[in-house]
Design a protein around this ligand. Structure first.
Ligand SMILES: Nc1ncnc2c1ncn2[C@@H]1O[C@H](COP(=O)(O)OP(=O)(O)OP(=O)(O)O)[C@@H](O)[C@H]1O
Ligand SMILES: [Mg+2]
Length: 350
């Protein structure tokens, strides 16, 4: 584990005991392994995307990182603090936004929630005022401050929640689906704000979302979790390689013609009149392919489509027509526990 790791998660587990009534006086006890031997570190100032299918264990991870839940096993540290043991001390250094649920006082005007936080976190007056002004401006909250939280729209409330999480200058911000249910404009606004926060203040951000555009626009590093285990940790671009994703070259020929023969470089996946779609490996060069086609066919126009990241992740998690699996290759498998290894492209890179 590196010295400057700000968030350290080492073989962490979380098992829930679930009791279910199965009939009169009959109960079934079952264990749900929500997080299953999870290890990763996040350095100060990083902005990391945390994604995976429903029930993968993302929210459970975040709850353990805030101290709301105690791990069943393993070791957790945030800023050197064990979250579940020193939850209050940690609270002064972290901010958290749960998109599904507000931390604001429902019946009070927004500004009252902020005043309460001012007291709760013992934020020095000057700093409170400075932060409030800045957040109100950046998140466009001035017209909303006197409005009771229950009257706010989802997007307004989310902005209110984000401000609340940042009033005390946390060093790390956990966001659990901060753009859920937001319209396109609000999403863009929230993203822009987060980018600025990360750049200007160096705030460490762990972002959970189902909107992969959040990740594409904000995070250079992404971690994918499935069944409580990390199945990928690396650059977003690397996901394409692991998922063996393909880009698509769309060409318009002068006239209708039989499918283009591009040898091994690409294959025609669709033909519509003079237009043809060719799939080629995302890691390959479009230029070489275009040159080859232009030399042999009457090319009029062309465009290249980037791979759909959702499709890439789906292929990685569930496989599709084989070949897209998560084979960790021959890499010098570290001490990872379990059958499935985390894929770390170019392990050891910065
Ligand atoms: N308090 C709880 N008691 C019992 N089981 C729980 C509890 N919280 C979560 N789980 C179970 O743990 C697993 C992981 O849940 P978690 O909420 O972490 O998933 P998630 O990755 O956040 O999913 P989503 O994308 O739907 O938000 C699920 O199977 C869930 O049913
Ligand atoms: Mg969740």
């Amino acid at each position: 584990m590196t010295e400057d790791a700000f968030i350290e998660v080492d073989r962490v587990e979380k098992v829930f005991d679930v009791r279910r009534r199965t009939g009169f006086l009959r109960r079934e006890r079952r264990q749900v392994r929500a997080v299953d031997g999870l290890s990763f570190t996040v350095a100060r100032g990083e902005m990391v995307g945390y994604i995976g299918p429903n029930g993968a264990g993302k929210s459970t991870t975040i709850k353990m990182l805030t101290g709301i839940l105690t791990p069943s096993g393993g070791r957790l540290r945030v800023a050197g603090i064990d979250p579940s043991r020193e939850r209050t001390r940690l609270a002064h250094r972290i901010g958290v936004v749960f998109g599904q649920r507000t931390t604001l006082w429902w019946d009070l005007p927004l500004i009252d929630s902020y005043r309460l936080m001012h007291r709760m976190y013992r934020i020095p007056d000057g700093r409170y005022r400075e932060n409030l002004d800045r957040l109100v401006e950046l998140l466009d909250l001035s017209a909303l401050l006197e409005v009771p939280v229950r009257q706010l729209s989802l997007g307004q409330r989310m902005r209110g929640d984000i401000a609340a999480a940042l009033l005390h200058d946390p060093e790390v911000l956990y966001l659990d689906e901060p753009t859920i249910g937001l319209d396109v404009v609000s999403k863009a606004r929230v993203r822009e704000f987060l980018r600025e926060l990360n750049v200007e203040r160096g705030t460490t951000v762990l972002l959970t979302t189902h909107d992969l555009q959040d990740i594409e626009q904000l995070c250079s590093r992404v971690m994918v979790i499935d069944h409580g285990r990390l199945v990928y940790d690396g650059a977003l671009a690397g996901l394409h390689e692991v998922g063996e994703s393909e880009r698509t070259l769309v060409v318009d020929l002068e006239r209708e013609s039989p499918p283009i023969d591009a040898g091994d470089a690409a294959r025609v996946v669709r033909v519509e009149g003079p237009r043809q779609w060719l799939a080629f490996p995302a890691s390959g060069s479009a230029a070489a392919l275009v040159a080859r086609i232009a030399a042999e066919y009457p090319l009029v126009d062309l465009s290249v489509r980037e791979p759909d990241i959702e499709a890439v992740i789906a292929r990685m998690l569930y496989g599709a027509g084989d070949g897209g699996g998560v084979d960790a290759g021959d890499g010098g498998g570290g001490g990872a526990s379990g059958e499935r290894e985390t894929v770390v492209p170019g392990a050891g890179n910065s």
